[in-house]
Design a protein around this ligand. Sequence first.
Ligand SMILES: [Ca+2]
Length: 581
Amino acid sequence: MLVIHLQQRDQSPLSPGTTDEPTNPLIKQFPISWLLCPLLFQVALSVYVSAADSEGTKNKGDVPLRPNIILILADDLGFSDIGCYGGEIDTPNLDRLAAEGMRFTQFYNGGVCRTTRATLLTGVHPRRRNRARLLHPDMLTTAEVLKTVGYQTSLTGKWHFPQNDIGFPVYRPTDRGFDEYFGIANGCCNYFNPAKAFPNFDKGLPPLPFLHNQSELTEFPDDFYATDAFTNHAIEQIDAFSPGAKTGDAPFFIHLCYTAPHYPLHAKPEDIAKYKGHYDAGYEAIRKTRHKRLIDLGLIDTATKLSEDDPQLGDFRYDYAMTAWENVENLDREKRRMEVYAAMVDSMDQGIGKVMSALERNEVADNTLVIFLSDNGGCASHAGYSDEDQRRKHAEYNQELPGSVDTFDYVGPEWGWVQNSPFRRYKVWTYEGGIATPMIAHWPGHIDAGKITPAIGHVVDFMPTFTELSGAEYPNQRNGVDVLKPEGESFVSVLKGEAPSEASNSRYHFWGLYGNRAVRQGKWKMVWGTTARKWELYNLKVDRTETMDVIKKHPNQARRMEQAWLRWAKETGYPLKGNGL
Ligand SMILES: [Ca+2]
């Protein structure tokens, strides 16, 4: 009798679709209204577990249904910063996850904080409707979908969708499927005191909202440090969500969005001290070392050349000329910038180690998929790079070297570029330096230890991946509104150890942000820089670092890819003029 009830259609706003056959009818049609009644929910879960047991608790292949999921997103972390991706920064915890799990060599983000977050959260490419707002009523979030099959959900850290846009719905995480939220609701904050206003050379803004669920926090303890606070909140959620009297066996989805190592450069003195002198060799030497280590680690082909720096081509806000190391005027400050950045990454890695310990302490590590990646490449932003007044204000504000609560500094163009070694450019650009991310997936007993996969993937793939892992059926509607269908592809088979299919690795991927464009299909990638304003074509199989433009040799391939990009731009509303987000 109970099974019949469970198979009845849900009448809630998040009703599952009606067209596709679910692979597990018990779970895929699990009504959200049951979640409102703890007793019925417990009974329903026990029925699910019994049914799943009778099928061997497995879906296709060897992957069990409904693992816990922890999705960790770093902010403005470069491709080769962490140790297991060739970096010199001490990241033993991420290195351990990589050694016990899988590394992706060709995974992509959206090139900048908001486009990545919007796509990763919704499974669809950004739609440029209603100015630059990217989260719309006809999109579902991963948390909303996972909740349809009983997941407990929380988001920690950076959210980055508007909080006060008059005339449009305000979406806090708790409005979009997350049971619990703690963090900076917009782009970044002072790490030691999020209530401190931004300096006048940055945007001069008052502090951005820092929320616990829907309440704004305006006071922070003296020993507050954002990275540690986010780590601690995620651990609290692991403790609260792990199996027990209150939670039963309901799985959890924790989205841990660190702001590290996004500017401002703030780190604890003991972490900064660890990196004193580590960057004295300068930009070019560090790039060469990282390039070699990436080859030694098997993460890039041995024939891959180290790319040169790009010249400044115009007045685009994110187009910077590079200064050679021997021409740097204030070496103490310049070295210190990267030392503090490394300390911020180190602190995040320490936090990830504590998160893993919490999983082990709660005895849920074996059934938890942990994924780590970055939202865009290293950032080259700099206060007033071409503005004398802003430079003066920056110098006045930053009387001391970067690191403390009273400073506000950035790594600047050269270190931002180094962070993406061996690739070209940085955040906001669609060369590999802007959009290629390290990605680690860890799931003991399910993902082969030490595996490196060449699967080409994109943050648009998380929604179908999590939908498959959870056994959810993707709903047709949200609050009575038809929703966009997921535009990515599940990478569960890759996690299981299968080689990426030819079809999967040949599909199209698209980017458009700040006037920069890119399209990848298989080995081919076309890039359009908003200052050069022309397409370039690269064969990434032999030239991952985009050093040889072969568009004149392959005009038909280029034409096909341009047409595909134009169709995508039309479909998603991406503007062909200007360089706005
Ligand atoms: Ca970012």
